[in-house]
Design a binder for this molecule. Structure first.
Ligand code: DGJ
Length: 716
């Protein structure tokens, strides 16, 4: 398989095993199978069909999909309990097909094929000769986008039911292990921090069993050469298009080879396949480059800008929004909201978003989730009347919902206590005092679609923030196979989102799970933007947005200017810096603009203006990480560079200040060496070569948390 810059090679061995040979820089028309060597390796068993040949072992050979229980002791791709209760699977090649276009993946999100994309699919079938279980490995080559998507389909081709307890969507074997493992881990209000670890002998695993992809680990990882940096080196990306439990394991084996697997987390997973039934594993998007981490990020930025969401806003300028949450929390009335919006209009906002607290008795987070009817004391004219008044001011109107949840103190719970995920006889843990609705059930899915439909039809609502505020525990649904419930929940959620968004294609949806607890490509398939974190502190956001930028473009990251002292950290940061950081995302405000001083208002107006001036460059330009927030140099910097490389917007924030400190230099990237550029703040003209190789001195006069933003424009 070839993408524009990569080649992927596999081979069917003489004994019928599908061996992996190569994934890396493009090499045309060469059979690379000579890379595979064969030696007798002690304690690595030889398949029975190898007869007296002791040089063949599944424990050593690189494979496209590993066997289980038949002599490969590395992390496995599959585990299934067969009809005879054995857990063995030995995939022998039985056929392959190549066709134009992309494989189908029913009920699951995946990278979309757009007009002008050149795509071909390879399907390779492996069958266990004893159980009849058949695994079809699907590879879709997006030649022009330079990525390959993969998935696995499992079919019970035997005569007895099979219980699938582990199925990895991707297995990737390398013949060596000179790699670092990059992953993005964190916690609520501090998501996706960058971690880079050398591979160790044995296994390194990240994942989630919280029912969502989680704040703690993101389903995007990179394996890169030890010498790889932003500008150079080999990098492999793996992005899992799934919003539920996941696992990614990297193993360095006894011969310094590497295996990576990624898929649905096997803990608490089991899926029964009756004879003839199939299971579709979610998709993984693979990208490879030998040109460093920036190039790898740009590949993911490009595909997630164009090929994941179908929402009309994916190609449209996103509205500058004013969100009511940190401005008012639960404490508001129709008039206060309209007032807020009036002042928001003065800041240049396009959209006013009413966050939590507008329905039932929701004056705190103890109650009312599920009662999606306006609170008449707060909103006597309902959402409709509020939307009308907001629209009068020239702003669009948007609203917050948390449809997957229910409070015990709500009408919905009193009427349908059985609609929640709870284990009979075991009082359920509460998260934010709330329980989780059982989205695996059709009547629950219908209830959500119906109330959303009713709400969206009742008022002029242009935007929805879809929140989800707890990890899922006590997973149990109706009798039957409980190991299927987590996955059925995710499938139910996708079904609900598909139905709602098809019925209301004009609405902009923003995903959210206590900020960035479900920031994954599965959700981006439905929501073109996701609230990046509940932490709006601009200095913390530097790390959060830096980590997020490795796998996701800035047009997917919700980012707002909030007040100081910041509500999460109590830190005070200059308004200008808060603006610079928020405009490296889908820009907005989360404060009461009526409480700003005249000067602050003026400054916010200017920030909105600046954002509008540069929004195309920010959304469509290439994003460059110039100085990492972890570098220890006391500043963080990044830039947006236009595709023709004639224009850039550079951003710098001082994160740590010492008196009489070292002079630091900022080296730009992405410019053309041969062009001359005018550098706005410095008012100088320099060649791209000078700006990128020699750099610019960072102004020592800037105080802690101050920032600077300046344009760099080609003059010839
Ligand atoms: C968590 C979200 O991330 C916040 O932005 C806000 O919407 C609250 N939920 C409301 O309860």
């Amino acid at each position: 398989m070839h993408t524009s810059h990569s080649t992927y090679q596999m081979k069917i061995s003489e004994l019928g095993y599908l061996l992996h040979i190569y994934y890396g820089s493009r090499i045309d028309d060469e059979d690379l199978s000579g890379l595979l060597t064969h030696y007798d390796r002690g304690f690595s068993p030889n398949p029975n069909v190898a007869g007296r040949d002791r040089t063949v072992s599944l424990d050593v050979m690189p494979q496209e999909f590993s066997s289980a229980g038949v002599g490969d002791f590395r992390v496995s791709s599959i585990e299934a309990e067969n009809g005879d209760l054995s857990r063995a699977f030995e995939g022998k090649y039985t056929g392959h097909w190549i066709y134009e276009g992309k494989y189908s993946l029913p009920d699951l999100p995946g990278l979309r094929v757009r007009e002008n994309d050149r795509t071909d699919t390879l399907e390779a079938e492996l069958k266990d000769p004893v159980s009849g279980l058949t695994v079809t490995l699907c590879y879709c080559v997006f030649e022009n986008l330079d990525v390959i998507t993969r998935t696995v389909r499992v079919r019970n081709g035997g005569t007895e039911p099979v219980r699938l307890t582990r199925i990895m969507s991707v297995t990737m074997d390398w013949l060596e292990s000179d790699f670092d493992f990059i992953h993005f881990d964190g916690r609520h209000t501090m998501e996706r921090e960058f971690h880079r670890d050398p591979l160790i002998s044995g296994q390194q695993t990240i994942g989630s069993i919280r029912g969502t992809s989680s704040h703690q680990h993101n389903p995007f990882v990179i394996l890169c050469g030890k010498d790889a940096g932003e500008e150079h080196g080999e990098c492999y990306g793996f992005s899992f298009v799934y919003s539920g439990n996941f696992q990614c394991t990297v193993e360095k084996d006894q011969f310094d080879q590497t295996r990576l697997v990624m898929g649905i987390h096997p803990d608490r997973f089991s899926w029964k396949l009756e004879p003839g039934e199939s299971f579709f594993a979610p998709e993984v998007i693979l990208a490879y480059t030998d040109r460093g981490l920036t190039k790898l990020s740009h590949m993911y930025h490009d595909i997630f800008r164009t090929n994941i969401s179908s929402n009309i806003y994916r190609n449209k300028k996103r509205p500058v929004l004013l969100n009511s949450w940190e401005a008012a929390y639960f404490d508001f009335r129709h008039e206060t909201l309209v007032d807020m919006a009036r002042h928001g209009a003065e800041l240049g906002a396009d959209l006013f978003v009413l966050d939590d607290g507008w329905f039932g008795d929701r004056n705190n987070d103890f109650c009312a989730l599920g009662d999606w009817k306006e609170n008449p004391e707060k909103l006597p004219r309902g959402l409709k009347g509020l939307a009308e008044d907001i629209n009068e001011l020239g702003l669009d109107f948007g609203v917050w919902v948390e449809p997957e949840m229910v409070s015990e103190n709500s009408r919905l719970y009193r009427e349908h206590p059985d609609w929640t995920l709870q284990i009979p006889g075991r009082p359920a843990a509460r998260g934010r005092y709330q329980l989780v609705l059982d989205l695996s059930r059709e009547e629950v899915q219908n209830y959500i679609v119906d109330f959303m439909d009713e709400m969206l039809s009742s008022a002029n609502i242009a935007y929805v923030k879809w929140d989800m505020n707890r990890s899922i525990s006590e997973v149990w649904s109706g009798g039957g196979n409980q190991g299927a419930v987590f996955h059925r929940y995710v499938l139910g959620l996708y079904r609900v989102l598909e139905r709602i968004e098809n019925a209301h294609p004009e609405v902009l949806f923003e995903g959210c799970s206590g900020g960035g607890g479900r920031f994954d490509p599965g959700m981006l398939y439905y929501h073109p933007q996701i609230w990046c974190s509940d932490n709006t502190d601009a200095i913390n956001r530097l790390k959060i947005q830096y980590g997020t930028s490795f796998g996701y473009p800035v047009c997917t990251m919700g980012a707002h200017v909030s007040v100081c002292p910041n509500h999460q950290t109590k830190r005070a940061v200059p308004l200008g810096t808060r603006g610079i950081v928020a405009m490296s995302g889908t820009f907005g405000y989360e404060l009461d603009p009526g409480k700003l001083t005249a000067r602050e208002k003026e400054e916010c107006r200017a920030l909105t203006e600046t954002y509008r001036t540069y929004s195309s460059l920010i959304d469509q330009g290439d994003y460059y990480r110039l100085e990492s927030p972890y570098s220890g140099k006391g500043f963080t910097a990044w830039a947006f560079v236009s595709r023709d490389r004639r224009e850039a917007l550079v951003n710098v924030v001082i994160t740590d200040k010492e008196p009489n400190g070292a002079q630091r230099y900022l080296k730009l990237r992405g410019l053309r060496e041969d062009l001359r550029y005018h550098v706005e703040r410095y008012d100088i003209c320099r060649s791209g070569a000078a700006l990128m190789r020699a750099g610019l001195p960072v102004d020592l006069g800037l105080g802690e948390y101050e920032g600077m933003q300046f344009a760099v424009t080609a003059v010839r």
